[in-house]
Design a protein around this ligand. Structure first.
Ligand code: PLP
Length: 423
């Protein structure tokens, strides 16, 4: 069959539905929940004439479903990461291990917390490679941030074992992967602290929003205080003993508002069905592609049961082939993309050049015993794999017909470009 890019008939007549899994299932429930907050004239979580306690309800639902005692709603996942780092006492003079394949926010939050990121390479899962941790470790490193990329769980057993041996904290940045599980446990609950995003592009959303979870009451108290000007306003809810004179420390305002909370309680109720529908579509597409394309290769899935399937990460033989696939699929009305332009996070100029808005580029000016510098190719496998992994977003809204057309388009493109059985 002739490729659409060569003038053939496209596999689909129109582009795929937008892949904002939470936003596309928004409806009456969210509208009514927000309306209750507005009618009660109480959009702030800690006081108001008719409090609806939406953020508190969200926290309780998260805590129950994830099986972890403490959850805190915050304004974003960037805020959540900063709160988690602060809660663990990480800051000036510390290094934090960050995966080469992640969003700017993971590295940026480390810098905003006054520590400095060092970058660990990826393996074929496109997540951090536990075997590369030793290379970047030195005694100035205090923590590892594990990031399950686009619904694919990290190899947590190996990461936790390394951290334990070295006395490092582990933060799980689950921004892209709400609901991912590893060996039966939810991502975010395996390490010392977990962070979630409810930004538009993530699994469920209120446009903006985030959360921090932990099992440790002392870290939780520090997290609450840092996110709310050093205050701990509803400590009786947790039965934690703490006093203001010795407990207070200067913090920020990273609070979640009730309007976001009202949306997110309803989004949280939909999470399981969104993820189930997404996964069903993913498996239908992948199953057919594996049958039709000999040697069809996707990123390695660490835990098939816990994986979300929100994206199909197709690994191509090289960057040029990947570019051609993206262009050819675009013409078939099947949108695919590189993640972060196919480049590791340290290639962002603000990180690469170690530029901050502080005097002397603080905290990069810290006199580390082992200096931190970023060059191209510090993580060669991330450089290689990111530049030839093409992601197909998988929406919960795809119909059987959509799935068939996606398969038809991808098969046509792989065959047309001579990629079948070659990678
Ligand atoms: C989106 C994202 C963040 C930041 O989330 P915000 O809620 O937008 O601050 C952090 N880490 C990763 C891996 C992300 O994808």
């Amino acid at each position: 069959m002739k490729l659409a890019i060569e003038g053939g008939m496209p596999a689909r007549s129109a582009p795929l539905p937008p892949n904002y899994p939470g936003a596309v299932v928004m409806g009456q429930e969210e509208a009514e929940s927000v309306e209750r907050v507005i009618r009660a004239q109480s959009p702030f979580r800690y006081y108001g004439p008719g409090m609806q306690n939406s953020v508190r309800l969200l926290e309780d639902m998260m805590s129950r479903e994830l099986g972890i005692p403490y959850a805190l709603g915050v304004s974003s996942c960037t805020a959540a990461l900063i709160v988690a780092l602060k809660a663990l006492g990480i800051g000036y003079g510390d290094k934090v291990i960050v995966p080469a394949n992640t969003f700017m926010a993971t590295a940026g939050a480390v810098v905003c917390s006054h520590a400095v990121p060092v970058f660990v390479d990826t393996d074929e899962s496109l997540n951090l490679d536990p075997a590369d941790l030793e290379r970047v470790y030195d005694d100035e490193v205090k923590a590892i941030i594990a990031v399950p990329i686009l619904g694919n769980p990290c190899e947590m057993d190996a990461i936790m074992a390394f951290a334990k041996e070295r006395g490092l904290y582990v933060i799980e940045d689950v921004a892209q992967s709400c609901g991912v599980r590893y060996r039966g446990n939810y991502a975010g609950t395996i390490g010392d602290m977990g962070t979630f995003s409810f930004q538009m592009n993530k699994i469920i959303t209120a446009g903006e929003g985030g959360a921090v979870v932990t099992r440790n009451p002392a870290w939780f108290e520090r997290a609450v205080r840092y996110h709310d000007q050093g205050l701990f306003r509803d400590k009786e809810r947790y039965g934690l003993e703490t006093d203001e004179e010795s407990g207070a420390a200067v913090g920020q305002n990273y609070r979640m508002g009730e309007l976001a909370g009202a949306v997110l309680t309803e989004q949280w109720r939909k999470l399981e069905s969104v993820n189930a529908r997404t996964r069903k579509n993913h498996d239908a597409i992948l199953g057919a592609l594996e049958e039709e394309i000999p040697g069809f290769r996707i990123r390695e899935i660490v835990d098939r049961d816990g994986y979300l399937g929100s994206n199909l990460g197709m690994i191509l033989p090289g960057h040029q082939a990947a570019l051609e696939v993206i262009r050819a699929l675009e013409a078939e009305n099947i949108g695919t993309h590189f993640l972060y332009g196919g480049k590791p996070v340290y290639r962002n100029p603000q990180i690469y050049h170690q530029r901050t808005m502080e005097k002397g580029n603080f905290p990069f000016n810290y006199p580390f015993r082992k200096p931190v510098s970023y060059k191209e190719q510090i993580c060669p496998r991330a450089e290689d794999l990111m530049a030839r992994t093409v992601y197909l977003p998988v929406s919960p809204l795809l119909t059987d017909r959509d799935n068939e057309q996606i398969v038809e388009g991808i098969v046509k493109v792989y065959r047309g470009l001579g990629l079948a059985a070659k990678n």
